[in-house]
Write a protein that binds this ligand. Structure first.
Ligand SMILES: CC(C)(COP(=O)(O)OP(=O)(O)OC[C@H]1O[C@@H](n2cnc3c(N)ncnc32)[C@H](O)[C@@H]1OP(=O)(O)O)[C@@H](O)C(=O)NCCC(=O)NCCS
Length: 179
């Protein structure tokens, strides 16, 4: 199913396609990108990892799962990251960005657009969010969005040294009144 295209000041987000596999493979196969993701992500990343990922998500695209490829408007040929939403289990959002582009506010921009769409376009009432303990960049994006910190809990990540994650809740109301 085709999902909505979202545009921000610097980015364009559209549903992933199989043609995105090479750029996803190139930008995702990086331990610094992957280490703070759930342990189910394979490491070393297989040569056909991006293709396997797309084969899993494309059949459910727009049906309980929304997976966007992120592009810079100035370089619309290359996927530079992924952001996704899922229904169920409290409803969640995840993201990653090519390392060379970190620290410019790009994921904050993408996450704002997707969060707006979750609440206004898809009717989510809340998002349950999490980040590996120590993933300060990801944590900061949640804080800035007005999410409420809930607790620390055990979790397994690609980096075996990380054994806990922080859980957050972002309600429709908190999102509407964020500063
Ligand atoms: C998490 C990730 C998507 C952030 O992307 P990004 O575009 O760099 O994020 P932004 O620039 O929008 O925001 C990062 C925030 O963290 C802050 N930050 C950056 N480095 C930091 C550090 N070492 N310590 C504390 N804060 C830091 C930034 O200043 C910014 O906050 P600010 O807007 O208040 O200044 C990116 O680092 C990534 O892909 N990481 C690997 C995958 C991952 O961890 N995904 C999340 C899983 S929960």
């Amino acid at each position: 199913m085709t999902i909505a295209e979202l545009t921000t000041a610097r980015l364009m987000l559209r549903g992933v396609t199989m043609a995105d596999a090479p750029a996803i493979q190139k930008n995702f196969d990086d331990y610094e990108v992957i280490r703070h993701l759930a342990a189910r992500v394979p490491w070393p990343y297989p040569e056909d990892g991006a293709r396997q990922f797309l084969q899993t998500v494309l059949p459910v695209q727009g049906q309980g799962r929304w997976v966007w490829a992120i592009f810079l408007q100035t370089a619309p040929a290359e996927v530079i990251g992924i952001i996704d939403l899922r229904r169920g289990d409290g409803e969640s959002r995840g993201f990653w960005l090519a390392r060379r582009l970190w620290g410019q506010g790009l994921m904050t921009e993408a996450a704002d657009a997707v969060t707006d769409y979750a609440f206004d376009g898809l009717g989510f009432e809340r998002l349950m969010l999490s980040n590996a303990l120590g993933n300060t960049r990801s944590r900061r994006i949640k804080e800035k969005a007005g999410a409420t910190f809930l607790r620390v809990a055990p979790a397994c990540f690609v980096d075996p040294a990380v054994t806990e994650h922080e859980l957050w809740e972002l309600t429709r109301t908190a999102w509407a009144v964020r500063e």
